[in-house]
Design a protein around this ligand. Structure first.
Ligand code: KG4
Ligand code: ZN
Length: 370
């Protein structure tokens, strides 16, 4: 995370959020508004979910076939208070003294959307005199692997060293973690993110927004596997590239349309979706497996919205099983954007002493690793 605007201003009177005494209750109140989900959660000790409330804007953005940033920001403004109220109620949070820190996504994301969550978090931190902890959204996707549902039996935390593959709508990268909050970048996309490719190809196929889940459902209906798309292996690197695949898919879709003399039939859409998904999943699973093997990882972590994809989960699981290491992948609803993951990462950041002042600003292009 880069240390610019909003980094510690402890001596600046009102600029310092942590005016109250530090408590170590383990309870983190977390907010996430980086993109199109308004989310608030309460998480205990970086793991146990006490509440996790999400107001999704998906249906609203489906009407425009994608996110209009100003519309997203206004929707956050509309929903942040009711979502917060519900998260507090479900968690049974009556006393602010029980809250160790308030964690909020600082970036990356849409500026106007981030600002709603950040400003709300600042207000809470100021009024209730609790520390304010900025969290990188991508770090949240990794830390979703630590989460436990309210009624889920205890299970050991992911062991280090770990290799994490994060595949979301805006990012695709592989990192190695020797310990908490320490990342070594192994590779990343040189052009489109995997989720972005899913969304664009979904649109070309005439499927509803967002394209990822729609392509997964269409691909599951495929009865033929004769449409095969190229894989961009990027040499021996851990980098990814999906723009060539997107172009190949566009050409194939156009060719099938011409051959059909207009609309694509359902079987062809399914075959195209299947071919596309296979190409993305093959590259992602292969590189994640190789990275885990070569770095001697004891855990493989998969996260981000595209990790909700059942075929990707299964292929990466196979790679991990071949290496006799566990794959930790959150249930699908914890792979897509949520605030519980910010609460998990926020706990470890808070315990590492991370604090932001009340001048905290959004950083739309915040990086996880420099
Ligand atoms: O992590 P996320 O919820 O938001 C970002 O941080 O970007 O990821 C959203 C992305 C979208 O591109 C969406 O199409 C993709 O995750 N996605 C999927 C699936 N569910 C969501 N992609 C493939 N298969 C899915 N089942
Ligand atoms: Zn995300």
């Amino acid at each position: 995370m880069n240390g610019d605007a909003g980094r510690p201003a402890r001596s600046a009177g009102r600029g310092a959020a942590a005016a109250g005494s530090d408590v170590r209750t383990g309870l983190i109140l977390a907010l996430e508004t980086s993109c199109d989900e308004t989310a608030v959660a309460v998480v205990e000790n970086g793991r146990r979910i006490r509440s996790n409330v999400i107001a999704s804007q998906v249906a609203m953005h489906a009407a425009t076939g994608g996110i209009v940033p100003e519309v997203a920001a206004r929707a956050h403004l509309r929903w942040i208070v009711p979502v917060f109220d519900e998260a507090r109620e479900v968690a049974g949070l009556a006393d602010w003294a029980a809250v160790e820190a308030i964690a909020v996504t600082q970036g990356p994301g849409l500026a106007g959307s981030l600002l709603v969550g950040i400003n709300f978090a600042k207000t809470l931190a100021y009024i209730h005199e609790r520390p304010l902890v900025p969290v990188n959204h991508l770090e949240g996707h990794i830390y979703a692997a630590w989460l436990l549902d309210p009624d889920e039996p205890e299970r050991p935390a992911p062991e280090f060293p770990a290799v994490a593959l994060v595949v979301s709508g805006g990012h695709t990268f592989l990192v190695e973690m020797q310990d908490h909050l320490q990342y070594r970048l192994l590779g990343q996309t040189v052009d489109d993110a995997a989720g972005e490719a899913f969304d664009k190809v979904g649109r070309l196929l005439g499927l509803p927004y967002p394209g990822g889940p729609a392509i997964m459902r269409a691909a599951a209906r495929a009865t033929r596997g004769d449409i095969v798309f190229p894989r961009a292996w990027m040499g021996d690197s851990y980098n990814f590239s999906f723009s060539g695949l997107k172009t190949a898919a566009r050409r194939a879709i156009e060719a099938e349309r011409r051959a059909a003399g207009g609309e694509l039939d359902d079987g062809t859409i399914a075959a195209l979706a299947h071919g596309f998904q296979e190409s993305v999943v093959d590259v992602l699973a292969t590189k994640a497996g190789l990275a885990a093997e070569r770095s001697g990882a004891r855990t493989l972590i998969l996260g981000g919205g595209v990790a909700a994809n059942s075929v990707l989960r299964e292929r990466v699981e196979r790679r991990a099983a071949a290496l006799s290491i566990p794959l930790v992948v959150p249930r699908p609803a914890l792979c897509t954007d949520n605030a519980a993951m910010i609460g998990a990462a926020g706990f470890f950041r808070a315990r590492a002493g991370e604090r932001a002042g009340l001048a905290l600003d959004a950083v739309p292009s915040l990086r996880l690793v420099e």
